[in-house]
Design a protein around this ligand. Sequence first.
Ligand SMILES: [Zn+2]
Ligand SMILES: [Zn+2]
Ligand SMILES: [Zn+2]
Length: 333
Amino acid sequence: MSEIRFDLITGKMVIIAVERAKRPHDFVIAHQEKKGSKNCPFCPGNEAMTPPALIEIKDKKGKWLVRGFPNKFGALNREEKEIEVPALYKAEYGYGVAEVIVESPYHDVTFGGLSVEQIKMVFHAIVERYKAIAEDKKIKYIQVFKNFGPRGGASLEHGHWQIIGTPFVPDLVNKEIEGTQDYIKKERKCPYCEIVQYEKEAGVRLIGENEYFLAIAPYASQYPYESWIIPKIHQEKFEDLDEKHLSGLAEILKPLIEKYEKEFDMPPYNIVLHTLPPEDLRNYHWHLEIAPRLTIAAGFELGTGVYINPVAPELAASVLKIDVLQPARKEVV
Ligand SMILES: [Zn+2]
Ligand SMILES: [Zn+2]
Ligand SMILES: [Zn+2]
């Protein structure tokens, strides 16, 4: 079970998830074992090691290509329990949803090594589960993300994505949405649409583009070699992705991740989605943020919340530059 606790001074939330109580020796860095496919709960043949599937995309022979199920060790879950809150403090029960999407049956293939078709299927599954989770009105935000490598936070090596539905809209997401409203009020334009237009023309932070998406190193990148993928049209919600945009997304994401994997020799990384909360009526523009974990947040970052990035985004863009191999297909009229 989990608790959502609030800092008495700042109101900042934290999820205390004690599902797997950890002792100091559990935190030794890079303790991820190369278990191989035999004991891997995400490999075909080991389905009984996970909760029953919520989604399976299968090939013609009936074998699954993408498989999603509840996260056995999720930080939040749906059982509701009373919690004890000390008189001084504020906390609530950690209601929520946590699911896993296994991105392929292949244990050793990295995300960048998957085919464009396979990546598209992964996003199909994510969109479907996203919509299903959004039906629970107690869920206020749905975070889609991928962790890769032990330092990226992945505890299993078989490639997968995670979806966590929270009973609150996280501060960071709220800040981006509020910032978008403020910008629109002042400039009468969406700031993300402005970024797309500006970076396309400026070129110095442009990593690649196709018909539907732009990949850039953001101007104020917090992490070295951080990148964003932004839809070129003003699209508020990730779950509104249609077939063409799904193809376009897979076609830009594959070469970009492949580039990270080659340039940095399989770096740990995180991919996170930022999108409008399901019930939110404000204006926004969804996007993906990708951050390789090349540095560790240290004292200054911890003390101030301000990151020191030793790599200029302009240099990052020139290193990450990609050719988008398959142009997104033209609309059939
Ligand atoms: Zn596996
Ligand atoms: Zn926009
Ligand atoms: Zn964002």
